[in-house]
Design a protein around this ligand. Structure first.
Ligand SMILES: *Cc1c(COP(=O)(O)O)cnc(C)c1O
Length: 368
């Protein structure tokens, strides 16, 4: 890495202080890329044809992505204005945070959670407030509610939580909403909701009628396997989504992304098959990890979490050496996406070696 340079012009100090985004390591040709929670399956039928048919690239796309918003609105029983689409749900999240919070304001989220949260808040000019996860790697919702001050403008809840995989239950979420003032925006990030099988898990769209300060984020990047197209959306109160629309970079959802997403929505059955296959593979891996002696939280997304602590960088190096590109978050743990079936055996061979070397009393090791 090069030493950080002092910029030749005056920039916002809080931006200069940020570590620029560097993508997870590129996988070598024969390595498995398990570092970005991507879907290992090919696109759903009809998607490539739909994209290939969107050839009028000399024209701007429909700025409001009305066709996609209408299809999603039907699915959720809302009006098209009750949906906001963006180039990834990260873009919609950025719009919402920018609309709600500026300098002097605070945005509360759990930590460790999605690595984009602190940066999005800082770029909006607001102050990130990170509330530590519980010991079981789930959100500490009572502590998040207690972190609300008169400066708080938004709270972000991520379920299943990236990278720990923990879910928020319906009961926990209701109690949380009851303790958050109604004039503070709550963003429920459900990027991995399709992989959730637990009936106690919260599902945001069902609760929108009950909470006028709630917005739910969903994406085509994970279960639908369209990470490269960049399309995600929010469902929520029209007045809040109007503010997000006003904060958006115009025309950022391409016609290819819109038609690809529309085509994906038509193949629910195949989608479900793939999601089930990934969820089953995830649980096979988790059961094996537990049998190996790991203390790892039950996974609910398309990824697993190994609490490797101070051993994180060394453990990630061992995975990389074996041809598995994983995502280390030193000194907390390693996130491993559920990938191709052929990657599983390698993964379990390396994980067994790593857990065998963890000292007694290490948080990643199950007490026998
Ligand atoms: C992947 C992910 C997203 C969505 O990413 P986009 O590709 O921008 O839709 C949002 N939230 C979390 C927690 C994620 O892991």
């Amino acid at each position: 890495m090069s030493t950080p340079e002092v910029p030749p012009v005056r920039l916002r100090p809080e931006i200069v202080a940020m570590v620029p985004y560097r993508q997870g390591k590129a996988a070598s040709a024969d390595a498995y890329k398990l570092s970005s929670n991507e879907n290992p399956f090919d696109p759903l039928p009809g998607v490539l044809e739909a994209i290939a048919g969107a050839t009028a690239i000399n024209r701007y796309p429909d700025a409001t992505a009305l066709a996609l918003r209408t299809a999603l609105a039907e699915r959720y029983g809302v009006t098209p204005d009750g949906i906001q689409v963006g180039s990834g749900s990260v873009a919609v999240l950025t719009q919402l945070v920018t609309a709600a919070a500026g300098p002097g304001d605070e945005v509360v989220f759990s930590w460790r959670s999605f690595e984009a949260y602190p940066g999005i808040v800082a770029v909006a000019g607001a102050t990130p407030v990170a509330v530590p996860n519980r010991a079981d790697h789930g959100h500490d919702l009572p502590a998040m509610a207690a972190a609300v001050t008169e400066r708080t403008r938004a709270l972000i809840v991520c379920t299943p939580n990236n990278p720990t995989g923990a879910i928020v239950t319906v009961a926990e979420f209701h109690a949380f909403m009851a303790s958050v003032p109604r004039d503070i925006l709550v963003i429920l990030d459900e990027a991995y909701i399709e992989f959730v099988g637990d009936p106690d898990a919260v599902r945001g769209p069902e609760l929108l009628a009950q909470y006028p300060n709630l917005v739910v984020l969903r994406t085509f990047s994970k279960a639908y396997g369209l990470a490269g197209l960049r399309v995600g959306y929010a469902i929520g109160p029209v007045a809040i989504l109007d503010a997000a629309r006003s904060s958006a970079i115009p025309l950022s959802v391409t016609a290819q992304a819109e038609t690809g997403a529309l085509a994906s929505l038509e193949h629910e059955e195949q989608l479900l098959e793939r999601v089930v296959a990934i969820a089953e593979r995830r649980h096979e891996i988790w059961n094996q990890l537990i049998a190996q002696g790991w203390s790892a939280p039950e996974p609910h997304g398309n990824f697993l979490w190994l609490p490797t602590g101070e051993a994180t960088d060394a453990a990630a190096a061992a995975f990389h050496e074996a041809g598995l590109v994983v995502r280390p978050f030193h000194p907390d743990g390693i996130r491993i996406s559920v990938g191709e079936p052929e990657s599983v055996e390698k993964l379990l061979r390396v994980s067994a070696e790593i857990v065998g070397k963890l000292p007694n009393g290490h948080p990643g090791r199950r007490v026998a």
